[in-house]
Design a protein around this ligand. Sequence first.
Ligand SMILES: [Fe+2]
Length: 208
Amino acid sequence: MAKKEIPATRQTTINAQPRIHQHAAEIQAYGTVSHGLPLELEEPVRLEMTEQLNLLLADTMTLRDLYKKSHWQVAGPTFYQLHLLFDKHYDEQVEIVDEIAERIQLLGGVSLAMAADVAETTRIERPPRGREEVPVQISRLLDAHQLIIGHCRQLAHRASELGDDGTNDMVISDVLRANELQVWFLSEHLVNMPLVEAKEPSVTAGAV
Ligand SMILES: [Fe+2]
């Protein structure tokens, strides 16, 4: 019996060499969404939501990195507690970043990922490379939280208007609430309390 001919296009050489240095065109452009997804959400809705979520993602990735910068560079008598607190908030922001990015992907969009793209997109003010005092570190973090919280409220409202309940729920339950809680933990550090000796009652009353 004659051997079956394998078409030339299917002939491959089998060996153990990894095919490295490969390049090809993108399979989906940034700023687009896949067409036919069984989500019962129209393409224009998914386009608007993924665009807004990418802004939220860029700001959240920047806040995440601001926490690590603060964790490394913090100085002074509250070093230990702030070093730990900043890293706890960093870990929580890492989770939020992943949730937002994966929501963009499941809506058929393309998530921002690389630092250069994030830097071009975020609306959070760029800090200096050097170290800053604790009150300045905390103020920067609070400003970033405030920007994200404001965007969350507006984005959640718009998602609800457009019928994207999943985005509304994620933005409120996972992003907004976590940011609100972190704001509380940070802002209490900016209350000017005496460390060792309480103020005289007359002095405190006079200040009101
Ligand atoms: Fe660390």
